[in-house]
Ligand binder design. Structure first.
Ligand code: IYR
Length: 228
């Protein structure tokens, strides 16, 4: 089918066709999607069961459908499956996390984390079949080396990560939004250019059979939304 095109001020626009639903269908879809998303949980116990690379490709492509400031797409996804690199990442992350848990995090922060039972040990960095390391591009580098500004970089990359987690859940896999701090070891280990800064480290895989997650409660609609 021919795509409908319109030129506005010299720029090409294409007709936007998308499905819409009856109010009844909309209600059913929004309710069931919410209930299904409400089952997503952060998991820390990963199985080493492999995942086809094509699945990871699709997850990353889904993340890249996020909106971004001036459509600059200021993200870079590094997909790590090489066991040697995963081991190097684990060693470096645990070095930082050991310092964080033992001297950098104030008591209030440690108290807040106790219900999650996290600590400095990060075995999942070697066990999960894939680590997706998301970088934000604070600026782009033109071929002539000039810096080109990106806009709303943290918002854009945060949105991409949200879609990535949704895609992972949709594929029946689990993830962990891991934030080793500081994260600059990832720039070095993955040899990233100077305009990329690490944003999130997301192990992806299957949960180990019989794993448990903290019994967390989500805030109610009344607690999170105000209608005017
Ligand atoms: N980065 C540490 C600590 C940590 C911090 C928060 I805020 C969490 O919600 C969970 C963990 C770690 O990954 O263990």
């Amino acid at each position: 089918m021919d795509q409908k095109i319109k030129i506005i001020d010299g720029y090409e626009f294409i007709a936007y066709e998308h499905e819409s639903y009856s109010e009844k269908e909309m209600l059913d879809r929004s309710q069931s999607f919410y209930e299904w998303m409400d089952q997503r949980r952060t998991v820390r116990d990963f199985s080493d069961k492999p995942i086809p690379k094509e699945v990871i490709d699709n997850l990353v492509l889904t993340a890249s459908t996020a909106p971004s400031g001036a459509h600059k797409q200021p993200w870079s996804f590094c997909v790590v499956s090489d066991p040697k690199l995963k081991t190097q990442i684990r060693i470096a992350a645990e070095e930082e996390e050991y310092e964080s848990y033992n001297s950098r995090m104030p008591p209030e922060w440690l108290d807040d984390l106790r219900p999650l039972q996290t600590d400095w040990k990060k075995p999942f960095l070697e066990i999960a079949p894939y680590l997706i390391v998301v970088f934000k591009k604070t600026y782009d580098l033109a071929p002539d080396g000039k810096k080109k500004t990106n806009y709303y970089v943290a918002e854009s990359v945060g949105l991409a990560c949200g879609l990535l987690l949704t895609a992972i859940h949709h594929a029946g896999l689990v993830a962990l939004t891991h934030t080793p701090s500081p994260m600059n070891f990832l720039t070095k280990l993955l040899k990233r250019p100077e305009n990329e800064k690490p944003f999130l480290l997301i192990p992806v895989g299957y949960a180990t059979a019989g794993t448990y997650v903290p019994n967390l409660k989500r805030k109610s609609l009344e607690q999170i939304a105000t209608y005017y």
